[in-house]
Design a protein around this ligand. Structure first.
Ligand code: PHE
Length: 373
């Protein structure tokens, strides 16, 4: 029989104590019974419901019904009852009371299994894009090489065939480290302006043939705005072997662009200049946003500036003068040839995700980054 709150006729201390003990034992019996959230809720409502819950009944049947002279003592008792029941509900019976059904469920859980792993971060859209590019070339057999962000003048410029004081150096607004003046120029430190120095570093260590991809941070003295940042990211590629031709360069990059932007993009190579490649080219892909038409409906297509083409990278055949610097390690330009390319990851990520402000990547606003989680 389920417990009901008795009407009291006898308001003596003894009778009150007995009534409280009955209520307590009824409560303790019931608190062990619920086997589901729903049953637990029913149980809680049975005791706690404002209207006609057992506690409310205690108030009505015991306190309100008590004769004047007993009110003080009954009042004290009813408070104790309330305190007892409320405290019991503060204890997490569902999970702590071993006599409880919920703990029976707990025992069937294999606590030796690993817990739920919560991810503590999301992949930054630039890193994600960088990894996608790397992946495409890894599938072609390229491996990844890395090098220092603080570089010497030798690797960043001299060994890449930028002679001292050559005007081509001016195209890369360089951030130099302070207090380097007393060192010979080639040892002076700077923040690398491109990933190309890792071409030299890798060729010094590894003999040909070589197929490497070089992702990394680079710096230039550009004030930040919607399309510039003093720090950005590049992925560089270098392939050296016997008989590498410009055809290999075009075929490789055309394949990579189709893998990255969709199989219907076209590539276009236009003459350019870099001191470390000869001939050099800039490669464009047909605009994957407007499909090459230069228009989006009636509006001009902004990402390609209505031209239908987007500039993606610089490339060319490795200049024999560059090989001269690593000739001692098997790179004799009489016997080998190679191609190189370098692309800006940040710009590609902007195009991919349809962003018009480069700074969003670097502000660390969780509301922005979460969208890539
Ligand atoms: N390093 C060049 C730049 O940052 C890009 C490039 C890389 C060009 C390799 C040709 C070959 O502009």
């Amino acid at each position: 029989m389920a417990y009901t709150v008795p009407k009291l006729k006898d308001f003596s201390t003894n009778a009150l104590t007995r009534a409280f003990l009955d209520l307590k034992s009824a409560f303790q019996e019931e608190v062990a019974k619920p086997r589901s959230e729903a049953e637990w809720k029913n149980f809680r409502d049975r005791w706690m419901a404002r209207k006609n819950g057992l506690l409310a009944q205690v108030n009505d049947l015991w306190l309100k019904a008590a004769p004047k002279e007993a009110k003080r003592e009954v009042g004290k008792l009813v408070n104790e009852v309330k305190q007892f029941v409320e405290q019991e509900f503060e204890i997490d019976h569902g999970w702590t009371n071993t006599a409880n059904a919920f703990s029976a469920t707990l025992q069937t859980v294999d606590i030796s299994l690993p817990g739920i792993r919560r991810s503590i971060d999301a992949e930054h859209p630039i890193i994600r894009t960088q990894n996608e590019i790397v992946r495409v070339f890894q599938d072609l057999g390229y491996s990844v090489a890395e090098g220092p962000v603080i570089e010497t003048d030798y690797y960043n410029f001299e060994a890449l065939n930028f002679p001292p004081n050559h005007p081509a150096r001016d195209t890369q607004d360089t951030l130099f480290l302070a207090n380097q003046e007393s060192k010979p120029r080639r040892e002076q430190l700077l923040l690398r302006t491109h990933t190309s120095p890792v071409q030299i570093r890798t060729m010094e260590k590894m003999k040909p043939p070589l197929r490497i991809l070089i992702p990394g941070k680079v710096h230039r003295n550009d004030p930040p705005d919607a399309s510039h940042s003093p720090m950005f990211h590049q992925v560089e590629g270098l392939a050296v072997d016997t008989n590498i031709t410009f055809g290999d360069l075009k075929g490789t990059l055309d394949h990579a662009m189709k893998a990255l932007f969709g199989s219907d993009v076209k590539t276009s190579f236009r003459p350019s200049f870099f001191p470390f490649t000869e001939p050099s080219a800039e490669m464009f892909v047909s605009c994957f946003i407007c499909g090459g038409s230069g228009k989006r409906g009636a509006d001009p297509c902004r990402p390609c500036k209505q031209t239908g083409w987007i500039e993606i990278l610089g490339c060319g055949m490795v200049d024999p003068n560059v090989f001269e610097f690593v000739k001692h390690n098997g790179y004799d330009p009489e016997n080998i040839s190679g191609f190189a390319f370098g692309m800006g990851v940040d710009r590609i990520a902007m195009l991919k995700y349809g962003l018009d402000d480069l700074q969003l990547f670097f502000q660390g606003d969780v509301r922005f980054l979460e969208q890539f989680g």
